[in-house]
Design a protein around this ligand. Sequence first.
Ligand code: 3PG
Length: 207
Amino acid sequence: QSAAALRVCQLAPVVPVLVIDDLAHAAPLARALVAGGLPALEVTLRTPVALDAIRAMADIEGGTVGAGTLLTPADVKAAKKAGATFGVSPGATDSLLKACEDEGLPLLPGAVTASEIMALLERGYTVQKFFPAEQSGGAAFLKSIGSPIPQVKFCPTGGISLKNAPDYLSLKNILCVGGSWVAPKEAMAAGDWATITRLAAEARALR
Ligand code: 3PG
């Protein structure tokens, strides 16, 4: 389970968290982010075109496309069918974990307390999402939890930007961070892919 999630998190210091409203944006957006050096892409299942966007992005050379905001077993099945190669969830439930395990979809499950982290660890998840990161204690929390539970590595997301990303990336138990800042809505709407490639390159250079 976690071996594949680990590989995804080791591709780059930042995983773009994408909210795609217009299907026509999917392929050029993926190309722009990959060109800037960010191959792992999380498409959130929060818009009507999200699954089609995953389909459109799955073939982009050099990209590794996953589905975010997985809440239910039905989301997991749909994401896998659309071509997602990994999944991300803000949390974790038994039925969600079981669906990912049954479908063979590597998952980054979310946790924000010691008990949640330990429950996932018991089930073999050594790579977890920490969400919403800034609101849940941020880098200071992750640094502290790394003392008793060093074997769990995290991808924090939520409130992370170019400015505070280094606080997280300097910690031993952080593999990468997730964030939407590399794909601003305005740039997408304007078809300004060069700006997105520049933001991606800046993010890539964080490590
Ligand atoms: C999310 O799932 O919304 C992500 O955590 C992105 O958060 P951000 O928009 O604060 O980067």
